[in-house]
Design a protein around this ligand. Sequence first.
Ligand SMILES: Nc1ncnc2c1ncn2[C@@H]1O[C@H](COP(=O)(O)OP(=O)(O)OP(=O)(O)O)[C@@H](O)[C@H]1O
Length: 230
Amino acid sequence: MKTLVTINNINKIYQQGQVNTHALQDVSLQIQEGEFIAISGPSGCGKSTLLSILGLLDTASDGQYVLADIDTKTLNVDQRSQVRNKHIGYVFQSFNLIDSLTVFENVALPLEHRGASKKDIKSAVEKQLAAVNMTGRLDHTPSQLSGGQQQRVAIARALVGEPDLLLVDEPTGNLDSQNGDAVMQLLLELNRQGTTIVMVTHDERYSRMAKRQIRLFDGKVLVEQQEAVA
Ligand SMILES: Nc1ncnc2c1ncn2[C@@H]1O[C@H](COP(=O)(O)OP(=O)(O)OP(=O)(O)O)[C@@H](O)[C@H]1O
């Protein structure tokens, strides 16, 4: 299996006035293609910080992050957003869909940023919405959808550019248990089809479904468990 992510001794220190918060302390991690990793741990332990660094939404204070053989330290701002657009899909707890756009337009956004043709956008968006079982809602706006449906559209948007890595932050956090279960089943199915997933979750039930579980505590990796390969 190919290594997709290597992080070595990542530290993240937030500075706010006189106060320094050491949110991540010497975290090292390798992610292979095809893995499904759940990151859990108590509130404030650094889960979202780690995910934002993996997603190139934030930078580490020090340490190394290599994504798809690219040393991210060498990237300027434009290159970072290009690498993010090409290699990463990000799903937020609060969906982050744009309500003035339709479902189709929301999912099309990453491809429009890449300058893809209208024809390619149409076929990729329709394929992705079918994969999350949201065909038939193309012209709705997000506010006309249930929370579970909005999260499925957000997953379609994250996957439409065929990223190498899907990062999901508390994907079920704003959903009732039925919709949460459905989103989790969708993520498991996407992983079975080959998508590499890193998911932050508070929910033990969901973290146990991942093949590999990482527990953070006070910004450090506390325990790591991996499902035995039969
Ligand atoms: N922008 C910021 N500025 C200052 N401190 C921050 C910032 N973001 C996070 N922190 C601090 O860094 C630590 C880790 O925060 P983080 O959001 O990564 O935790 P978390 O495990 O995702 O928490 P939760 O489960 O509550 O979402 C916390 O102490 C938090 O207060």
